[in-house]
Design a protein. Structure first.
Length: 390
């Protein structure tokens, strides 16, 4: 007999652990769980305790927090608490869940079930579980060896399925529509803070749940700060403003950057703008399945270095995004992996000159079976980004 944890919070004997309930998972979630089980089989590990909240959501469709998921061949069980009992029923009908009450912890529930299953080993997500929690779990499971894993689910998440791509495209569309409104309503006396607030307001009006990250707005010399915080600097203080913004829509992010010119750019700014644009083109042209992440970073970095600005491009070329705005893969000089079809990444080279200003051009790109496709459609020519202030 196998063991089934019921919704009343009691472990009972049952002939079927949860296979029937899995058939009622969303098709995409069911396939994701199967991909994870294939990794478990390959590694010879009998089960994985998923504790990262984003990974739990990706595997089940449940959007609540503070919940863990046990994944094993033929077994799938969510550990949660009474705050989310109805939400689990609504979002994941049929998914087996062990619901704790206030006198117990999620760790208590997980340890009880794993102990009853007599698992010789249990994988844990090293990046999302603290050492103290790991030690506590180990103490409750003296007969089970805890095995640290790193990035298993995150690696699977880096390849987007059709449903994810549809949501990402929707997020990018709202992101671009927001930019169009903000760009056309710029005023000479508008501050960075006001622009940031306007971006969030417009995104929500268009259907976004929230910003994917706090908007970055840098007027003139402040554009030399890659992650500039919003200040009272005004648009009219300089002939250009850098805007980095993203939407979070249907659970998925987008991430774009453009420089808007309110007057013809100074010669130095125009020079670095053209270099950055060429660097982005070189990188996008190098993206294809099998291409090394570091090599694509190098394609952009060499363009900037050859122009004499290598010391002023200090961050990686880009990163994956999806349920999080920063996730695998990361495109850096030190990256060791390769691109695969289905990955969605940012390509965002930049040059930042203290006291002068900075330029970053960022687009969202899908890796296809034979190359790549730019998902974002905003222009990159500076003339097309010029605007007359109100």
């Amino acid at each position: 007999m196998q063991l089934l944890a019921n919704r009343a919070g009691k472990v009972v004997e049952h002939a079927i652990f949860c296979w029937e309930s899995e058939q009622r998972l969303r098709t995409d979630c069911f396939l994701r769980v199967e991909r994870l089980r294939a990794r478990l089989s390959k590694e010879g590990l009998p089960a994985l305790l998923v504790t990262d909240v984003t990974n739990v959501t990706w595997l089940t469709g449940f959007t609540g927090e503070a919940s863990w998921l046990l994944v094993a061949p033929g077994r799938l069980l969510l550990f949660s608490d009474s705050r989310f009992a109805q939400q689990i029923e609504e979002e994941c009908p049929g998914l087996l869940a062990e619901i704790r009450q206030a006198d117990r912890t999620t760790l208590d529930l997980a340890a009880e079930v794993v102990s009853k299953l007599s698992l010789p080993q249990l994988g844990i997500e090293a990046a999302s579980i603290t050492r103290a929690t790991s030690d506590d779990l180990s103490a409750k499971l003296p007969a089970t060896q805890l095995v640290c894993t790193s990035g298993w689910v995150e690696t699977l998440r880096s390849i987007k399925d059709d449903d994810e791509l549809e949501r990402i495209r929707h997020s990018i569309a709202i992101c671009e529509r927001t930019f169009g409104v903000i760009r056309n309503q710029l005023r000479w006396d508008q501050t960075e803070k006001e622009i940031g607030h306007a971006i969030e307001h417009e995104m929500r009006k268009l259907g976004a749940e929230r910003c994917a990250f706090p908007p970055i707005v840098g007027v003139g010399p402040r554009a030399a700060l890659p992650h500039a915080r919003l200040t009272s600097s005004r648009v009219g203080d300089a002939p250009f403003v850098l805007i980095d913004w993203g939407a979070f829509v249907d659970g998925y992010a987008s991430d774009l950057t453009r420089v808007v010119f309110t007057d013809p750019p100074p010669s130095k700014v125009l020079e670095i703008y053209n270099v950055v644009r060429l660097a982005q083109q070189a990188a996008i042209g190098a993206i294809r399945p099998g291409a090394e992440l570091a090599a694509v970073d190098k394609a952009a970095r060499n363009t900037i270095t050859d122009a004499g600005y290598g010391d002023f491009f200090g961050h990686g070329l880009g990163h994956g995004f999806g349920m999080q705005v920063h996730e695998q893969p990361f495109i850096r000089p030190t990256s060791t992996g390769t691109f695969s079809a289905g990955m969605v990444v940012t390509v965002e080279p930049g040059i930042y000159l203290p006291g002068v200003g900075g330029v970053r051009i960022e687009d969202d790109v899908l890796v296809t079976t034979d190359g790549c496709q730019r998902l974002s459609s905003l222009p990159t020519e500076w003339e097309e980004l010029a605007v007359e202030l109100l």
